[in-house]
Structure formats: structure tokens, C-alpha cells
Design a binder for this molecule. Structure first.
Ligand code: UDP
Length: 152
């Protein structure tokens, strides 16, 4: 059965500047995940602070917020069975020195503060983050032609 689990993904400013949008989107597409919303934007100060509010008391919070606002990002809603854990496993560990080769950070990043991509860490965060970045009307409903071969 086709599944509509959703997660929120953002290619951070370093990923956009380094020309990695295509590589990253392609990984999700080839895995069988469905991109149901996508847009480029420059994150405002208030949105950056809301997005990362759980880290507000951490020492890296100011540099994280200023980095996230430093250039355009690509925000996405990605759909598919177990989208949250599947995408997190594709993204790899927060610190690229711990992320396995084959993961996005393990293949494309060197430092925690320049780790290329964000992905929601739970279905609850996914719901919250999707609603921060997208209106319901911006999220598409469609069938991928290969769904019958992706799902039992
Ligand atoms: N971060 C950082 N320094 C740290 C820990 C985290 O700059 O010591 C940044 C990093 O970009 C990370 C983001 O803060 O991706 C959010 O941290 P979290 O622990 O939620 O990691 P993630 O879920 O992105 O793997």
C-alpha cells in the first residue's frame, strides 16, 4: 500500500552555493521517495529562530541562525513509507566526521556547522517544520508512475 508519511528537508545555504541541489534531490528520487513540495527561499531571522528554537540555549545557536540566513535554501516536503527515519539515515550523523560514506553528509560535508542539509528528526518535528515553511495549498498530491514497484 502506498504510504503518505512525510518529512521536511532543507538544503542549507552551503549545499545551494556548492551546487549540490541536483545530487541531493536525485538521491531522494532514486530511493523512491516522492517530492511533494519544493521551493527556494532566503530564511528570515524570525523563521530561522522558530525553526531551531529547541537549540535556543545552545552556544552554537547564534552562528547556526546566522548561517541559515546567509543565502538561499531549498525547502522540501518528502513523502514515502517511513520517510522520517529513511531520510535521516540518508542524511547521516550531525557531525560529518561521524557520518558514514554513502550518506549525504558522509559524502558531501566536512564540518558540523556546514553539514549541507537538515531533515526532521521525528514525525512531530516533521509536522511542525512543514507547517513553518509550507501552506497546505503548496503541497501536491500525485502518484508516481513507479509506486506499484516500490510498495508491496
Ligand atoms: N550544530 C552546530 N554545532 C553543534 C551542533 C549542531 O553548528 O555543535 C548545527 C548543525 O548544523 C546541525 C544543527 O545545528 O545540523 C542542528 O543540530 P541537531 O543536533 O538538531 O542536528 P541535526 O538534526 O541537523 O543532525
Amino acid at each position: 500500500m502506498v504510504c503518505t508519511d512525510r518529512t521536511f528537508v532543507m538544503i542549507k545555504p552551503d549545499g545551494v552555493q556548492r551546487g549540490l541541489i541536483g545530487d541531493i534531490v536525485s538521491r531522494f528520487e532514486r530511493r523512491g521517495l516522492k517530492i511533494v513540495a519544493m521551493k527556494m527561499l532566503v530564511v528570515s531571522d524570525s523563521l530561522a529562530k522558530k525553526h531551531y528554537e529547541e537549540h535556543a540555549a545552545k552556544p552554537f545557536f547564534p552562528s547556526l541562525v546566522s548561517f541559515i540566513k546567509s543565502g538561499p535554501v531549498v525547502a522540501m516536503v518528502v513523502e514515502g513509507r517511513n520517510a522520517v527515519p529513511i531520510v535521516r539515515s540518508m542524511v547521516g550523523a550531525t557531525s560529518p566526521s561521524n557520518s558514514s560514506p554513502g550518506t549525504i553528509r558522509g559524502d558531501l560535508a566536512l564540518e558540523t556547522g556546514r553539514n549541507v542539509i537538515h531533515a526532521s528528526d521525528s514525525p512531530e518535528s516533521a509536522k511542525r517544520e512543514i507547517s513553518l515553511y509550507f501552506d497546505n495549498s503548496e503541497i501536491a498530491t500525485y502518484k508516481r508512475i513507479d509506486e506499484q514497484w516500490l510498495y508491496e
